[in-house]
Write a protein that binds this ligand. Structure first.
Ligand code: AMP
Length: 356
């Protein structure tokens, strides 16, 4: 792939904060962005040069979009893959739609990673209450039932403590195709974020320790220290193998549990990730810049840590109302996503702090 020259237009599918931060990174490198999203108001479109408001499965609109951009990437993975194939005849799409298809299906991603030697929780695909009950006898309790597709931030999940919980869990997730996972006894959670360039060169960032509240990422610390650092090399090698196998171009995130048996793969995201927001100020080159570099065929920038210690706190719901208090701390880097209403659980911004 020859490099796309600055001045070219990057199409971004999805209109949220990840697209917004990608567009800011793209602007720094002299690219224009064109956002494609169904919502009338997009926080990514507000910082981009062009916006198409259309449904993710509107093939005619996707074709017009493809004609107006030089490359397509995405910031949101819960979109049907088939309509997006209308793009690939006309323009390169990175990461590939094959990678997207695997990452948006919890069964496929587990099978794919297990095949490459990754450790996973015991799991089974279930399509009915009877199959769930049968799988529970094999996997045992406690367990977690998750919709195979379209789950995020702990949504579309139900915990099963005893076999008696099966029917209620099946109802909770909406009686949809699902995966039953054995409960992993983990000490900590972490993620591996790598960026693979079009030339196959892969860089990875320091591995953050990720702390969740109510299923939503709340806090990241880098370096993670302890068991996470001990398991980071193995986890990063797995992420690089996954990227290599997929011929991946762009930023790829794998989430892990640090368990007594070693790193247990949980899920992957074919995109920049909330647990990498700290890289904007905390690394020499951010995940957003390296993603833009990768999809444009440019060399990867240095991903090393730029401080002794970096923390990132998500501002969820009305936590963003404290923006003035946060700004009173001169070491805090405040990011607000420009979203209107602060609903509970909604990611409104984040704060990164560097220690030297
Ligand atoms: P996920 O949407 O798969 O990232 O799951 C959301 C959160 O639920 C994770 O960050 C974990 O804290 C927890 N979780 C998910 N799967 C498991 C599992 N198999 N064992 C233990 N905890 C889990």
């Amino acid at each position: 792939m020859s490099a796309l020259k600055p001045g070219s237009t990057i199409g971004i599918i999805g209109g949220g904060q990840l697209g917004r931060m990608m567009a800011v990174a793209a602007a720094q490198l002299g690219y224009r962005c064109h956002i494609y999203a169904p919502e009338p108001v997009s926080v990514a479109a507000e910082v981009a040069g062009a916006f198409t408001q259309a449904a993710y499965d509107d093939v005619a609109a996707l074709e017009r979009f493809a004609a107006e951009v030089d490359v397509v990437t995405y910031e949101f993975e819960n979109v049907a893959v088939e309509p997006l194939r209308a793009l690939t005849d006309k323009v390169a799409v990175h990461p590939s739609l094959d990678a997207l298809a695997i990452a948006q299906d919890r069964l496929r991603e587990k099978a794919f990673v297990a095949e490459l030697g990754g450790r996973t929780a015991p799991w089974a695909g279930v399509n009915s209450l009877e199959e769930l009950e049968a799988a529970l006898t094999r996997i045992g309790c406690p367990a977690i039932l998750k919709t195979t597709r379209f789950g995020y931030d702990g949504k579309g999940q139900a915990r099963i403590h005893t076999p008696k919980d099966a029917a209620e869990a099946w109802d909770t997730i909406g009686r949809q195709p699902a995966i039953l996972e054995g409960f992993v006894r983990f000490e900590r959670e972490f993620s591996v974020i790598v960026a693979r360039g079009a030339d196959g060169r892969t860089v990875g960032w320091d591995v953050p320790d990720n702390q969740h509240v109510n299923g939503i990422l709340a806090h990241c610390v880098v370096p993670a220290g302890g068991i996470v650092d001990e398991q980071a090399t193995e986890a990063r090698a797995l992420a690089e193998t996954v990227a290599e196998k997929l011929g991946y171009v762009g930023v790829l995130t794998l989430e892990f549990f640090a368990s007594a048996d070693g790193p247990v793969f949980n899920e992957m995201a074919p995109r920049v990730h909330n647990s990498g927001h700290w890289t904007i100020e905390g690394a020499v080159t951010s995940q957003f810049e390296n993603h833009i570099r990768a999809v444009c065929g440019l060399p990867m920038g240095d991903s090393r840590l730029a401080a002794r210690r970096v923390t990132m706190d998500n501002l969820i719901g009305d936590a963003a109302d404290n923006w003035d208090v946060i700004l009173a701390d001169p070491t805090a880097h405040l990011h607000l996503y420009g979203k209107g209403a602060a609903r509970p659980g909604r990611k409104m911004g984040h704060v990164t702090r560097l220690e030297f």
